[in-house]
Write a new protein. Structure first.
Length: 127
């Protein structure tokens, strides 16, 4: 999806041309999610996979959208793919939260341990 500069989504504004892949595309997908346009978030992830199949962003967006939509198995699968492609703390922390919500405590603790080992942002503690 090509989005021109100065395009607005509620209180968000796109300042640079998009449509070539990368983190700008992930941010646009995230904005779609923040304003409740989940179909657009999913579509942004799908298009990002077409642009850059070896970049984590498309899987990350589709995974988060699947989680929001209650498609938990798909969400876990997509977030795991995002992690395999270098998704870092955002993909891993979402995966850990999802495991916890689904009652998979051992997997959630394993993710928390991994985040702590990686030096994830402050505010994470192990009880």
């Amino acid at each position: 999806m090509s989005i021109a500069p100065n395009t607005r989504f509620e209180h968000y504004e796109i300042l640079a041309p998009l449509g070539k892949g990368g983190m700008g595309e992930v941010n646009v997908g995230w904005i779609f999610g923040r304003v409740g346009q989940y179909d657009q978030m999913h579509e942004q992830g799908r298009k990002l996979l077409e642009l850059e199949p070896n970049f984590f962003g498309g899987h990350y967006l589709i995974g988060v959208e699947a989680w929001i939509g209650g498609r938990y198995e798909q969400a876990i699968s997509e977030l795991q793919k995002a992690m395999a492609l270098g998704g870092g703390h955002p993909a891993l922390s979402n995966l850990g939260c999802l495991y916890g919500i689904l009652g998979e405590q051992d997997k959630a603790r394993q993710v928390l341990d991994e985040l702590l080992e990686q030096g994830a942002p402050s505010g994470l503690t192990r009880r």
